[in-house]
Design a protein around this ligand. Structure first.
Ligand SMILES: O=C(O)[C@H](O)[C@@H](O)[C@H](O)[C@H](O)COP(=O)(O)O
Length: 318
């Protein structure tokens, strides 16, 4: 649970230019982490803890969860997804979740085990892909195949709720088709709609991050980052093979109720630093750094290696 310490330290540092009386909100993620605040504040000059507002006060900000091990991270990720699923089913009767490819799917593996395999309301899940490689569904590169083999085939999800892309058409047509499917499901309220952007509002979008800071199939310095009109678009020149992909656009990602970015290993450390820390205005932000939900909540799941280059990362290693 060391990541809570990091979050609290980070927020105090960000807020500490304010007069002490203004420091009333922290990204505290659990009541137990609140206990860490008083001793921490005592050691920071100019910082004073202001009442119990901190317990319920959560900044509209990202949350960082940094884990000692992949096992711990997987458990936390499964807890997080299960909690969001429960809340969404309670509120809307369904849970619309978008997956990505890569190591993320393996890290979600705990959902297939007890207690989640029995406690999660799988029949209410509607599955989408934030990005997909334009290959046959049976191809080893298919994100659908990866999720089906590792996750979806192991839990009682209703097959008609699994919305994979049309794999028998071009990338452009697959993107158009996929957007059409999403539009129908927005109409029938399976997917909510954002009241500020008119985009679909997924209950949760799960993203991995590449060493270059890409998320979904939004690659650095690629014109796909500028797409504002479409919900789903396509590329044919992905720097990460295979070249043809469809992807949610940034406006859709940033309209979600919840977005999680999951990144592990040394190779992600530099990109995590560039996305999470304030790099000033000289450098263009990496795509992961432009993921900033308008009204929703962003949570980063990192292991120690991926977090090793974050500013103040040493605060974490105790
Ligand atoms: O289809 C894809 O390639 C992905 O959706 C992509 O965005 C992936 O999530 C990242 O590249 C991270 O992948 P790793 O976690 O395997 O490094």
């Amino acid at each position: 649970m060391k990541y809570y310490k990091y979050i609290i330290y980070k927020q105090i540092r960000i807020d500490s230019h304010l007069p002490p009386s203004s420091v009333s909100c922290f990204s505290v993620t659990s009541p137990s982490s609140f206990l860490l605040l008083p001793p921490l504040c005592k050691h920071l000059s100019g910082v004073e803890l202001v009442g119990s507002m901190a317990l319920s006060g959560v900044r509209k900000d990202r949350e960082l969860r940094i884990h000692e091990s992949l096992d711990e991270l997987s458990t936390d990720l499964a807890d997080y997804i299960a909690e969001l699923s429960e809340a969404s089913v309670k509120e809307r009767g369904v849970f619309a979740i978008a997956l990505s490819g890569g190591s993320l799917i393996g890290l979600m593996g705990k959902l297939c085990e007890a207690p989640y395999n029995k406690t999660v309301d799988w029949a209410k899940w509607y599955i989408f892909w934030a990005d997909e490689r334009v290959v046959a569904k049976s191809h080893v590169d298919s994100n659908y195949k990866l999720a089906k083999d590792r996750l979806l085939s192991k839990v009682p999800i209703i097959p008609s709720h699994v919305h994979s892309i049309n794999d028998s058409v071009s990338a452009e047509e697959a993107a158009d088709d996929y957007e059409f499917v999403i539009r129908q499901l927005v109409k029938s309220r399976v997917i909510s709609v954002s009241d500020i952007s008119d985009c679909p509002k997924f209950d949760l979008i799960l993203l991995g991050m590449g060493p270059d800071g890409h998320v979904a199939s939004l690659f650095p310095n690629h014109s796909v980052l500028e797409e504002k009109d479409e919900w789903v678009t396509f590329i044919t020149d992905s720097p990460k093979p295979p070249p043809e992909r469809i992807t949610f656009t940034l406006p859709v990602i940033n309209s979600a109720s919840n977005v999680a970015i999951v990144a592990t290993g040394d190779s992600k450390a530099e990109a995590a630093h560039m996305a999470v820390d304030d790099m000033g205005s000289d450098l263009p932000p990496v795509p992961a750094g432009i993921v900033q939900p308008l009204k929703g909540k962003l949570v980063w799941f990192l292991d120690k290696a991926a977090a090793s280059k974050l500013d103040d990362g040493t605060q974490f290693s105790a």
